[in-house]
Design a binder for this molecule. Structure first.
Ligand code: ATP
Length: 306
């Protein structure tokens, strides 16, 4: 009889193991959830944006509590001004953008927009106020029109086209077999890095946010595309508070303030000319890029300096 029950026992063991595994997995997800969960404070009001002034005050943050990435970062971007964040790879530049969007809660200090602590307002209202043009946008498997229109619910076709024109992508879209109805993304037409970035810009224009975060592409664009994109970005950032995570110094020359981040600390700050004169890390990076530019004007890769 025991022979007969052995397989059943075994089955029971397998069942229990799997079940335990599932429970463990659940526990693990709960842990991850609670660790990374960004929750609205009870009764949090919506963010009221006037000009969109951004302030980081002594911000400390680590993705993992054991390893702090930002060690007390402070800066202020007055409404309508542009701040450029530069520094070596891994310094924490993109992390600053993620914190402003409140993808993560910080461990020390405050982040505010127009004086309102971003952790005290609803995430929805915060995210509605900020437009992000990411390094490499992932497109929805849908039409190119949908991908732009996503910027604002209920956007009309003429508004989508106006945004596409402003982002210099309209003519390209019109040249596609089905125009705005052409399917893009993984299962549709693959767009180049520059085209994707322009779709992201058009989407952001439609959203029309008071605060803009430009996470500059690390991937190389050809120089004509890049100049075109720079012109569009300069236009759209003119009236908005803008934070540029810059990998190429040529894009930061006109910024109202530049902060140089190194291993999670601001080591220099000022305008371009001041920083070149100061002869520190920024001046070194600038000189190195200038040499690269002279040496290989047509070559991509200048941006790899950052
Ligand atoms: P780059 O110029 O290469 O894009 P960066 O200055 O933007 O770099 P961040 O992306 O802000 O750097 O990363 C800062 C540090 O945080 C790096 O050491 C990185 O390994 C770490 N980091 C980034 N994202 C995560 C994450 N999701 N989880 C854990 N660590 C992360």
């Amino acid at each position: 009889l025991s022979q007969l029950f052995r397989p059943l026992d075994l089955l029971g063991m397998v069942y229990r193991t799997i079940r335990q595994g599932l429970i463990d997995m659940e526990a693990m997800y709960k842990l991850i959830d609670t660790e990374t969960e960004v929750a609205d404070a009870p009764g949090a009001p919506a963010l009221q944006v006037a000009g969109g002034a951004v302030r980081f005050n002594a911000v400390r943050f680590g993705y993992d509590p054991e390893r702090e990435i930002l060690h007390g970062v402070s800066f202020a971007v007055p409404a309508g001004k542009t701040l450029a964040i530069v520094g070596p790879s891994g310094a924490g530049k993109s992390t600053i953008a993620r914190i402003l969007f409140r993808f993560y809660d910080i461990q020390g200090g405050t982040v505010s927009i127009d004086g309102h602590d971003i952790s005290a307002v609803t995430q929805q209202s915060l995210r509605a106020a900020i437009g992000i043009v990411p390094q490499d946008m992932v497109l929805f498997n849908d039409t190119v029109g949908y991908n732009i229109g996503y910027g604002r619910e209920g956007a009309r076709q003429d508004e989508i086209e106006a945004a596409a024109k402003a982002a210099s992508i309209h003519d390209f879209i019109m040249s596609l077999p089905q125009g705005y109805d052409t399917r893009v993304g993984e299962r549709g037409l693959k767009l180049s890095g520059g085209e994707k970035q322009r779709v992201a810009i058009a989407r952001t224009l439609l959203k029309d946010p008071p605060v803009l975060v430009l996470d500059e592409a690390t991937s190389a664009l050809d120089s004509r595309t890049e100049t075109e994109i720079q012109t569009v970005l300069r236009d759209i950032s003119r009236k908005r508070t803008t934070l540029v995570v810059a990998h190429r110094l040529s894009t930061v020359v006109d910024a109202d303030e530049i902060i140089v981040l190194d291993a999670g600390r601001i080591v220099e700050r000022g305008r371009h000319a001041d920083l070149v004169r100061a002869d520190g890390l920024y001046a070194t990076m600038w000189a190195r890029q200038a040499t690269e530019r002279d040496d290989m004007p047509e070559e991509p890769g200048i941006e790899d300096m950052f």
